[in-house]
Design a protein around this ligand. Structure first.
Ligand code: HEM
Length: 449
């Protein structure tokens, strides 16, 4: 007997359509709208989970055996090297792709309308991805891991600069508390390894899975991906295609591309593994993982301003974007049109000039303490490239908001300028800082220590 069910009824039972709606708006299918970044992120996460579970079979989270177990994974376990490399490169890939996804969502105004909650969930996911990477960094227990996490934990304690100045650290030490919470003591040891392991293999992946479920569910609840207001009236089947099979094949193609890409990188580049961690032999320079080097650069100006004040303000800014900018007419439009594009490139250029100029002054002529050796630490903490940059950008965004009577233009200016600054500080931290955090044009110029 022939089925009396409608084709869409049959399709509905399909797993694929639990994630996607039956019909997808043509605008959402444009490759230049999403670049497939969100889906790519999801696939990288799956690779991370899959390879992570395999690694867990052999890895032991103890300071006595962790290093040797990773060495065994690399040298003895069949396919272990590739699995470890894939795990490392997929997780680093997630950091790059999550920032690209953040840029695409922001510049297309996709937090506008009813999507504010999904933006907030996204920012939490971004933090979780960074923490997942950071917690995994310690697990091999080699010199790189040990000193990077030592630096990271000192950044966590940066509130001490302020409490020391106020003379209250003995009574009230939030920096010390945060550091202890993170590594379970004053120095990195077994308690830190146990904490990082638990975070890395249970707490963070489970939180990420739950939040991803909500993230995807919200996309459907919000009526699919954002699109310009001229399509707002498209209901029912107007301007919509069946998601199956075109979208499915596109996404399977993307999955193949991501897996092959990660596999290729894993075959040609090994994840680093230095000598076993030696707490009495510090690395110089001791650098945090690359994605925190922008913050480490700011910390070198002032621990409190760079390690706490500016990062917290930045997160507050990211979380608050959809609540401070409610100009829904710009939803789904790259850069909010010509005026927005002008604001974006001008803010990027201004930020570049401001940050580079300050770095030139700082590197060539020093800063307050070099000019006035007896100056109070209060001034150094409050007046440095981190605080000046942040303050100038906030003022610039406020001027733009008033002049253009637009919160979206102000958000574009502040987001672009701060992001550009973050990139420059990170680049400087990665490539131009050497022993004792001095500036060098290249590694070849580093003194032999
Ligand atoms: C593990 C991390 C993440 C994954 C796997 C993920 C995945 C996705 C996917 C698959 C989409 C739909 C397709 C696309 O836009 O490419 C999407 C949309 C969205 N994402 Fe994410 N995302 C993540 C992190 C973030 C972050 C960091 C933000 C921003 C702070 C964010 C905010 C949004 C918003 C607002 C949408 C809706 C966009 C629209 O309607 O056009 N997501 N995400």
């Amino acid at each position: 007997m022939e089925s009396t069910k409608k084709p869409s009824g049959i399709i509905n039972r399909n797993f694929f359509l639990h994630i996607h709606a039956n019909r997808v708006h043509v605008h959402s299918m444009k490759p230049t709208y999403t670049f497939g970044l969100g889906i790519m992120l999801g696939f990288l996460f799956l690779i991370m989970l899959f390879t992570g579970v395999i690694l867990m079979i052999y890895y032991t989270p103890s300071v006595e055996t962790a290093y040797q177990s990773v060495k065994d994974i690399v040298n003895v376990v069949p396919g272990g090297r590739i699995i470890r490399n894939m795990h490392r490169w997929a997780s680093q890939g997630m950091i790059i792709v999550v920032f690209l996804h953040l840029l695409r969502v922001f510049y297309t105004g996709s937090y506008l309308g009813n999507r504010s909650l999904n933006w907030v969930i996204g920012v939490v996911l971004l933090i979780i991805i960074l923490l997942s990477n950071f917690s995994g960094y310690l697990l091999p227990w080699d010199q790189l891991a040990f000193w990077a996490v030592t630096i990271g934990s000192n950044i966590a304690a940066s509130a001490r600069e302020l409490t020391d100045l106020l003379g209250i650290t003995n009574a009230f030490d939030p920096g010390g508390f945060l550091k202890k919470l993170l590594i379970g003591g004053e120095t990195v040891g077994q308690p830190a390894l146990s904490r990082f392991f638990t975070l890395h293999v249970i707490l963070l992946p489970v939180s990420m899975l739950i939040l991803l479920g909500i993230h995807f569910w919200r996309i459907r609840k919000d009526g699919g991906l954002s699109r310009p207001v001229r399509y707002a009236e498209d209901k029912g089947s107007t301007n919509k295609w069946y998601a199956w099979p075109v979208l499915m094949w596109t996404e399977l193609g993307l999955l193949l591309l991501v897996v092959v890409g990660v596999l290729f990188i894993a075959l040609v580049a090994d994840a680093p593994l230095l000598e076993q961690a030696n707490p009495s032999f510090p690395e110089n320079p001791a650098k945090s993982p690359w994605y925190f080097l922008g913050i480490q650069e700011l910390v070198s100006y002032s621990a409190f301003a760079g390690g706490l004040l500016i990062p917290v303000l930045y997160l507050v800014f990211l979380f608050s974007i959809p609540y401070r900018d409610r100009e829904d007419k710009y939803v789904g439009q790259w850069f909010s049109g010509k005026t927005g594009f002008k604001v974006v490139w001008r803010s990027a250029a201004f930020s570049f000039l401001l940050v580079v100029l300050q770095l030139i002054v700082l590197i060539r002529f020093g800063w307050l303490r070099d000019w006035f050796p007896g100056i109070s630490q209060w001034f150094v903490m409050l007046i440095n490239p981190a605080t000046i940059t942040g303050g100038v950008f906030i003022m610039m965004a406020e001027i733009i908001r008033r002049r253009r009577q637009s919160s979206r233009m102000a958000a574009l200016a502040l987001f672009t300028s701060t992001f550009m600054a973050l990139v420059i500080f990170t680049v400087v931290g990665i490539w131009f800082r050497g022993p004792n955090w001095e500036f060098f044009w290249s590694v070849n110029q580093w003194p032999v220590i």
